[in-house]
Design a protein around this ligand. Structure first.
Ligand SMILES: Nc1ncnc2c1ncn2[C@@H]1O[C@H](COP(=O)(O)OP(=O)(O)OP(=O)(O)O)[C@@H](O)[C@H]1O
Ligand SMILES: [Mg+2]
Length: 334
């Protein structure tokens, strides 16, 4: 349903997309995972005909974005990075307006709006001004708007960035139900966990290129399912601690001398954490903080490329939800 070959896009001398290739089969979800400035929104804009590519071949539902943009637009629903809702209108009125813009008559528009409000769990607030909605409700209203014309392909640009955990879970549920209906989805995200939850396949992009791709479990098995972070009291005990953690994990730990932190993949989860703390205690290496956490996007990059993401540094965005923020799930032991 989506086929991208050798896609390039330059902004002046800056190459935002560099020979990008992607494939999404009918009814599948592709997660485009990348840090700030990786080229996610640029890809979305090309796919949705909002931006012309400089080189490459891009087709959506068999239509070329260059040769036949009208057919592409008819096949695709877009929920952009920043939810586009008219704050002065209620949720119901927003959806009726979109339906009318698609050329549906009053009666069909009203019925479609009511149906979508129900499907996107917004019936309770249907009559409320959308300007007063929470971030999660607003995002779901925007998603509903993208679905008005029942497009076979939907593109969601960072559907949960900026939402609290509750809003994120609700949005995930709504996206999962879309997929259940057979819709083909391309979604961008900065969260490995989100791609893992929703996507059949994941393409990791950085600086406009795909640097890894596979199923969530393939990527996770390359990255390690969980990680242990240990912060030592004394900076000069970092190497001894790294040796202990490396032996238990059977993998090379990452050392940050400035913060006296040692981090290692922990396939065995909390068992390994308990064992690590025991062995560190026996070796009399004092620990300030120990945590078990799921891998972040930074960990993915480090494992896949041996480096931190490039794009974030090159990017001129200032989004606080940038890569590598371990946003949830910490188990602090001290
Ligand atoms: N219209 C533009 N003019 C100049 N540079 C641009 C333009 N749009 C994007 N860029 C640059 O292209 C690169 C990719 O941007 P893009 O918005 O696609 O990143 P992204 O992966 O969506 O990032 P984020 O997670 O912050 O949304 C960035 O370095 C950005 O600064
Ligand atoms: Mg973006």
């Amino acid at each position: 349903m989506i086929r991208v070959r050798g896609l390039c896009k330059n902004f002046g001398a800056f190459r935002a997309l560099d020979e990008l290739n992607l494939d999404v089969l009918p009814g599948q979800v592709l997660g485009l995972l990348g840090p700030n400035g990786a080229g996610k929104t640029t890809t979305v804009r090309v796919l949705t005909t909002l931006l012309a590519p400089d080189a490459g071949e891009v087709t959506v539902a068999g239509h070329s974005v260059m040769a036949d943009p009208d057919s592409v637009r008819r096949s695709i629903g877009l929920s952009g990075q920043y939810a586009a809702v008219d704050e002065k209108l209620t949720g119901y009125e927003n959806l009726v307006m979109v339906a009318r813009l698609y050329g549906m008559n009053r009666k069909t528009s009203a019925a479609r709006a009511t149906e979508l409000l129900d499907e996107f769990r917004l019936s309770d607030v249907a009559g409320k001004r959308s300007g007063a909605y929470s971030g999660g409700m607003r995002r779901r209203l925007d998603l509903a708007g993208a679905m008005v014309a029942r497009p076979p392909v939907v593109v969601l640009d960072e559907p949960t960035t900026g939402l609290d955990p509750r809003g994120r879970l609700d949005t995930w549920a709504v996206i999962s139900s879309l997929v259940g209906n057979g819709t083909t989805v391309l979604l961008t995200t900065q969260y490995l966990e989100e791609a893992d939850q929703l996507a059949d396949n994941i393409a990791v992009i950085d600086a406009g290129r795909v640097i890894a791709e596979g199923t969530a479990s393939e990527l996770k098995s390359r990255v390690g399912s969980e990680r242990i972070d240990v912060v030592l009291v004394r900076q000069d005990s970092v190497d001894s601690a790294a040796a202990i953690l490396g032996r238990i994990a059977g993998a090379a730990p990452e050392i940050d001398r400035q913060t006296s932190k040692v981090s290692v993949a922990a396939p065995d989860g909390h068992h390994m954490l308990v064992r690590a703390l025991g062995d560190l205690e026996i070796a009399q290496l004092q620990v300030v903080e120990a945590a078990l956490r799921r891998p972040t996007l930074d960990d993915v990059f480090l494992q896949l490329t041996g480096q931190r993401p490039k794009a974030a540094a090159a990017s001129n965005t200032t989004d606080v939800a940038s890569s590598g923020v371990g946003q949830d799930q910490e188990v602090l032991l001290s």
